[in-house]
Design a protein around this ligand. Structure first.
Ligand code: NAI
Ligand code: MG
Length: 337
């Protein structure tokens, strides 16, 4: 199969981890070709635009993009390119797997939780945010719709079925946010009935935070609204050793963009020590999305084997002595073996 994807190397450590990731993808022999496009600071410098139309057109054409982190300049009234991309392509499902890997500093082992976060509505609206003229009263309107809640809950259940997962937990605050969170919860209850083979439970968000820290093994797939999902998925990343291992998939009907959860890490950019794993794991999710599940699993296993057996070649953030390229080399070697 031959498939072209849009590739956005991005800012800071982006080009370093993207080079490593594409080298590993090539070693997997998945028949992918890459159409390189610019976004972020690189695009602003080259084309005078953080998100050039040509980039949007290429993503629309190929429907799948692999994206490095982008720096959003502070000041100057720039909106986040990431938020703009999610809106533009209506990437309503933000899927964030948190999986334990060997040799990382974390409290737990064998964690495997997928957070499915609604990515387009809830409290994340630019409309409905007001500040009174005297600066004394601020309002922010959360807006959830039946259609938006349905499609994210359905996405979570379909993902559970596809991946052979056992349980979906809907996380809400319907006891207090009776309308916005209440609508989401009611829709979740209705849709759960269509999936009798998947266990369904519901949990209030504050209790969920405590339960995740006390006993994360009770969770399998979590589905929730935008803001709760943002916070809970970072909590889950913390359970498995942090950002260097956290992929984020942004999925819509018209396009899907796969990225690392972390940013452009200006403090280590250019030093060759960035951990490529989060982007590699996002690439593995992209292969699943492109119906190359066996290749995606092979990639995840090679990362796991490398982290177990080739400790010297992994990057310093996870306790190794290696570099971005020695890490990638070791994974490529495992794939060839
Ligand atoms: P960051 O995630 O870039 O860095 C936080 C800390 O984690 C730093 O110490 C960094 O060195 C470390 N780190 C991050 N990724 C790493 C990796 N792969 N390997 C080893 N260490 C890693 O977050 P920060 O500093 O808050 O943001 C920097 C820039 O990134 C900002 O301009 C921000 O807007 C942007 N950003 C972009 C995102 C995206 O494109 N999806 C997401 C988050 C932030
Ligand atoms: Mg966040």
């Amino acid at each position: 199969m031959s498939k072209t994807i849009a590739v956005i190397p991005g800012d800071g450590i982006g080009p370093e981890i993207m080079t490593a990731t594409l080298r590993v993808l090539d070693a997997l022999d998945c028949g992918l070709s890459y159409d390189f496009v610019d976004a972020g600071m690189v695009a602003l410098e080259k084309h005078g635009d953080l998100l050039p139309k040509a980039t949007l057109d290429k993503i629309a054409e190929h429907k799948v993009a692999l994206k490095g982190p982008l720096t959003t300049p502070i000041g100057g009234g720039f909106t986040s390119v990431n938020v703009t991309l999610r809106r533009h392509f209506d990437l309503y499902a933000n899927v964030r797997p948190a999986v334990s890997f060997p040799g990382t500093k974390s409290r737990y082992e064998n964690i495997d939780i997928i957070t499915v976060r609604e990515n387009t509505e809830g409290a994340y609206r630019s409309e409905g945010q007001t500040l009174s003229e005297d600066g004394e009263i601020a309002e922010s309107v959360a807006r959830n719709t039946r259609a938006g809640s349905s499609r994210i809950v359905r996405y979570a259940f379909e993902l559970a079925v596809r991946k052979g997962r056992k349980k979906v937990t809907a996380v809400h605050k319907a006891n207090i946010l009776k309308t916005s969170s209440g609508l989401f919860l009611n829709v979740a209850r209705e849709i759960a009935k269509e999936y009798p083979q998947i266990e369904f439970n519901e949990m209030i968000v504050d209790n969920t935070c405590m339960q995740l820290v006390m006993n994360p093994y009770q969770f399998d797939v979590i589905v929730t609204t935008n803001l709760f999902g943002d916070i809970l998925s970072d909590l889950c990343a913390g359970l498995v050793g942090g950002l260097g291992l956290a992929p984020g998939d942004n999925i819509g009907e018209r396009a899907a963009i796969f990225e690392a959860v972390h940013g452009s890490a200006p403090d280590i950019a250019g030093k060759g020590i960035a951990n490529p794993c989060a982007l590699l794991l996002a690439a593995a999710d992209m292969l699943d999305h492109l119906d190359m599940v066996a290749k995606g699993d092979r990639l995840r296993q090679a990362i796991r084997d490398t982290m177990t057996n080739d400790r010297d070649s992994v990057t310093p953030d996870i306790g190794g002595k290696g570099s971005t390229s020695s890490f990638a080399d070791a994974i490529v070697k495992r794939l060839a073996a």
